[in-house]
Design a protein around this ligand. Structure first.
Ligand SMILES: Cc1ncc(COP(=O)(O)O)c(C=O)c1O
Ligand SMILES: N[C@@H](CCOP(=O)(O)O)C(=O)O
Length: 466
């Protein structure tokens, strides 16, 4: 399998190189040159497989020559062996039409573990094979950071520098990152928003001062391997609900557009998806883009769903590319315009392509709290704020009664105890597997939101590549 950049001028790479590269050298995002497609009989034959086996079947077409089928199977077995539920991503029924897909049974209690547990092992495999060192730079609004740190802490050939917006993540999210006492883990709290942190990270991939000395790698969803691993749970859920003989809809709490884009890829691979609901909080750039053709980024508003306090949504570029005839030159121009104006209009073609599968919905704080109360009072389910936004959007849909709607439950409610308690009166306790988080010592460096200062801190503390 070959991978090409959304901006058309970076070299095509294979799976191993694309996993280690993260962002493309032209500033674009890598995508497979074509979508592998499973016929309905092949999808039907996936029913009843264990999660690691399903993951192997779904991801195999993407890895090409970089891993043998058995190597991939072995990595999936290790990655998903660390989950606290035997089904890895279990489905829970809420009522006749609504389901939750629980994606928070991994080590750090959010959906990010599903991909990052595997990505940590892929890095280890490829770096050991090449005898190379990797410097990971990442931006997090809370969940990617903890999952990535858990996945790579203590690995000899990796340093990780994780930027988070100071004061804008939950106390559990912060401690899950800052209490990891491994010498290769560096937490940086920056003054600013997640968007500011993400912009700095993207700039580092094309900054000679870093790229000439370090091999820079990505754990954010700009890295194709992240999205690849997230495709699997759409298959897992749909198969349990009757696919390929029955269509299934998904409602996805959305920020950086990675999770929902993985659903789009599942549909392109042949999974019968009725629709994908893009559910946002009041940072609603994606809802405005899809419903009013207004992709314009304003200031980020802090909310009770902080992991989705994002305006500039990285993976939307992948959708614009795929729905826009895959014209990298035109997209590079469009994104240049966005960088200058902080706004862009979708072409007719991009809008039409997106409308075939996507719809969108925005929830404010009160709608989010109402959804939490509805699930608690009617279904005995305590939801985290992000999942509640997804459920609100799911319940606004007018899908035919025979189409199940699955809301992706992206985080454990204990990660966001304060807003959950405010809405439901119930304060979730931390599962035993995260341990004595608040008794541990924190380690974190606070830096101003100034690019050169952050870059120089990384350059001074990273191990040069060999
Ligand atoms: C708990 C939670 N829900 C939803 C999202 C949104 O996912 P995505 O950025 O892939 O759209 C995130 C982070 O991005 C998250 O941490
Ligand atoms: N919500 C995310 C933001 C980063 O998104 P990613 O999927 O691109 O890593 C987080 O929790 O950090």
């Amino acid at each position: 399998m070959e991978y090409i950049s959304t901006r058309g001028s970076a070299p095509a790479l294979d799976f191993e190189d694309v996993t280690l590269a993260g962002l493309a050298s032209d500033g674009g995002l890598y995508l497979p040159i074509e979508w592998p497609r499973f016929p309905a009989e092949e999808i039907a034959a996936m029913r009843g497989l264990s999660y690691p086996e399903l993951a192997t079947r779904v991801m195999l077409p993407f890895v090409g020559e970089s891993l043998s089928e058995n190597e991939l199977r072995n990595l999936c077995g290790q990655a998903y062996g660390r989950f606290a539920h035997v089904a890895v991503t279990p489905l829970v029924q809420l009522d006749a039409q609504h389901w939750l897909l629980e994606l928070f049974h991994g080590p750090t209690l959010a959906f990010k573990d599903v991909a990052l547990q595997l990505l940590g092992l892929l890095f280890e495999t490829f770096l050991t094979r090449r005898q190379q060192q990797l410097t990971i730079v990442g931006a997090t609004s809370g969940d990617t950071g903890s999952a990535a740190i858990d996945a790579v802490a203590g690995r000899d050939n990796i340093d990780i520098f994780m930027l988070h917006p100071e004061g804008r993540i939950s106390d559990v999210q912060r401690c899950q990152m800052t209490t990891v006492n491994a010498p290769n883990v560096h937490n940086i709290a920056i003054a600013g928003s997640f968007d500011d942190a993400q912009a700095m990270v993207k700039r580092m991939f094309v900054d000679e001062a870093l790229t000439s000395r370090f091999r820079i790698g990505a754990v954010n969803s700009i890295n194709w391997a992240r999205l690849m691993a997230q495709i699997v749970y759409y298959f897992a859920a749909a198969l349990q609900l009757g696919a390929p003989d029955r269509r299934v809809a998904f409602s996805v709490p959305t920020g950086n557009f990675g999770d929902v884009f993985a659903g789009y890829v599942a549909a392109r691979m042949g999974l019968p998806i009725e629709r994908l609901v893009v559910a946002t909080n009041v940072n609603d750039i994606l809802h405005r883009a899809l419903s009013q053709n207004d992709y314009s980024a304003g200031k980020v508003t802090p909310t009770s769903a902080p992991s989705m306090d994002i305006q500039v949504s990285s993976n939307f570029e992948r959708l614009l590319f795929d729905c826009g005839d895959r014209d990298g030159v035109a997209l590079a121009q469009q994104m240049k315009g966005f960088d200058a104006e902080k706004a862009l209009k979708l072409t007719e073609r991009q809008l039409g392509g997106a409308a075939e599968l996507f719809t969108s919905c925005r929830a404010d704080e009160s709608e989010m709290a109402q959804a939490m109360r509805w699930a608690s009072e009617n279904c005995g389910q305590i939801l985290d704020p992000h999942t509640a936004i997804g459920l609100h959007a799911a319940r606004m849909q007018d899908c035919p009664a025979e189409v199940p709607i699955v809301t992706l439950a992206t985080a454990h409610p204990a990660k966001f105890r304060d807003p959950v308690e405010r809405a439901t009166g119930f304060r979730p306790s931390l599962p035993a597997r995260v341990g004595d988080l608040f008794a541990r010592q924190e380690r974190c460096t606070s830096l101003p939101g100034h690019y050169e200062t952050v870059r120089d801190f990384i350059a001074d503390n990273a191990t040069p590549s060999n």
